[in-house]
Design a protein around this ligand. Structure first.
Ligand code: HEC
Ligand code: HEC
Length: 113
């Protein structure tokens, strides 16, 4: 009996650890930190040509103290919205690269006369 209680206790501990792994994720669908960090490293940072600290206080990745992170969250939501349309059209999904091309500030179209 005692052993069962200990085992159940350990399992609950695991579940809790998994849940609290990501603290402040509001738009990305990832359940694990590993998947989310892979997306940050392979998409978000290189497609904008920046390092993690452009958006993050690297001592606390869950903090929203940097405005760039707040903008990025809305950009991610915008891209998700756009990809619903792209899927309806059977087109390839877009990502930050389509506009940013490795720059944090994409070029604006030339001014009309
Ligand atoms: C252009 C901005 C930007 C850059 C650069 C960036 N991130 Fe993020 N990161 C975000 C945003 C926005 C979120 C929150 C997403 C959401 O709310 O769904 C986030 C969330 C996270 C989280 C989840 C923290 C938590 O528990 O809430 C981790 C971990 C993280 N990023 C790691 C990284 C790492 C490592 C790098 C560098 C390789 C990086 N990020 C680069 C914007 C950025
Ligand atoms: C449809 C085009 C488009 C897409 C796709 C796009 N962005 Fe942007 N983004 C812009 C434009 C344009 C600006 C500059 C706004 C301005 O200065 O008027 C910008 C600005 C930003 C900024 C602020 C940069 C700064 O220097 O302050 C961040 C951060 C950002 N985008 C993150 C992202 C991320 C992350 C993605 C992918 C998830 C993304 N964007 C996808 C068009 C786009």
């Amino acid at each position: 009996m005692k052993n069962i209680i200990i085992i159940v206790g350990i399992m609950c501990g695991f579940l809790f650890a998994q849940k609290s792994e990501l603290k402040n994720v509001k738009v990305l669908p990832y359940k694990s930190k590993r998947e989310l960090v892979k997306f940050m490293k392979s998409v978000v940072a290189p497609e904008l040509g920046v390092k993690c600290n452009f958006c993050h206080n690297t001592l606390d990745y869950s903090s929203d103290e940097k405005d760039h992170k707040k903008v990025a969250r809305q950009m991610i939501a915008m891209v998700q919205q756009a990809n619903k349309t792209m899927n309806d059209l059977n087109f390839h999904e877009i990502s930050c690269w389509v506009c940013h091309r490795g720059n944090n500030h994409p070029e604006h179209p030339p001014k009309k006369k």
